[in-house]
Design a protein around this ligand. Sequence first.
Ligand code: AMP
Ligand code: GLY
Length: 424
Amino acid sequence: MNVDVLLVGGGGREHALAWKLKQSPRIGKLYIAPGNGGTQNLGENVPIGVMEFEKLADFATEKKVHLTIVGPDDPFVGGIVDVFKQRGLRVWGPSKAAAQIEGSKAFSKQLMRDAGIPTADFSVFTNYDEAFRYVQDKGVPIVIKASGLALGKGVYVCQTLEEAAQALKEMMLDRIFKDSGTQVVIEEFLDGPEISIHAISDGRTYKLFPPTQDHKRALDGDAGKNTGGMGVIGPLPFVSDAQMSDIDDRIVKTTFDALNAKGIQFSGLLYPGLKMSSRGVKVLEYNARFGDPETQVYMRLLKTDILDIFEACVDGTLEKQPIEWNSGFAANIVLASGGYPDEYKKGLPITGIEDAEKVPGVIVFHAGTTFDGALKTSGGRVLGVSAVGTTLKEALDRAYEAVAKIHFEGMQFRRDIGAKALAA
Ligand code: AMP
Ligand code: GLY
């Protein structure tokens, strides 16, 4: 029997999920709320915002949607899953209580400390003077984070005391992240490569995806500001099976156990961001959702029908559901608006996507685009150019060959995605 699905979100992650859902032999109608210029070719875009829970639930009820899948962090943290469940609707993802692991760094850091999960040493502050004294005491480099959600921008890696003072001032006194910065977490700087772990869970069992790597800084050589993510590769040739099983034992399993011990069942996608530091693997942060643009790489590599996986999570039957991956590698290069992650222009025409998709193995995922007769930019991260290949190098070469065919005014991207992994 074919089933109708509502997918909530409108970024590159959701385009990739929609692309994969559409390949399911069981998919009926696919609605995407609000969607973007790419998802409209795969299903029906519905003009309801991701935080309009009651309207989304009304829509799911009215259309007799079989399953709702949610992409972004804000609705999870705001309790969309609880609202849908109260209304008797089938929905995939973590409850509000479970999503705290992403929504409050103060909560997640304490959970890690209590459960003995390796993470950077830290303290939490609500008072500017005390926070600043702590920074002076510890010295630099040091990392200052807004406790709440801040679109991936609430983290400052400070190399000087002046930078640290400025970060604390912006968050605590100028309140540029509003209430998200009322509490700040100040933590030890960790060196080494960063990797993304994804574990999908039905609340009873979980299954690990292969490791991937995002590139968070805006500019080549890991310079510039932190962004939502500028490019992903996977799987990672420099992470061994033994390292993955150590990460599974000491981090992933321990995290699910620690949540269970608090009476919190985590059903959905747990994405710990890790640092392979010189002092061992440590958790930088948790996300309670699929990564963006990690998902673009995962959907290119996943062999199994994603609808089967989502349904197994909702039905509590994940243990019996195989998750299989294609051989080879995938890469996804983000094309961003000039100026991102700061101010940028919108409404600029985009050309060359059709040509880009003629390169073997390439699919272009939309993120910040709209279509009003012509395709235009509408966000900071505009497109994700993904490619698969037998080797990581082939995947990257194909992705960059396709990138060269796309144009919009001010287009900005990193030219060194995957370069360190290739050199390792
Ligand atoms: P988060 O949102 O906590 O993952 O932080 C965003 C980014 O800031 C991470 O992906 C890292 O690149 C960087 N970062 C965060 N915490 C640390 C840390 N303790 N040491 C070094 N870099 C960090
Ligand atoms: N890839 C970064 C994020 O999804 O948070």
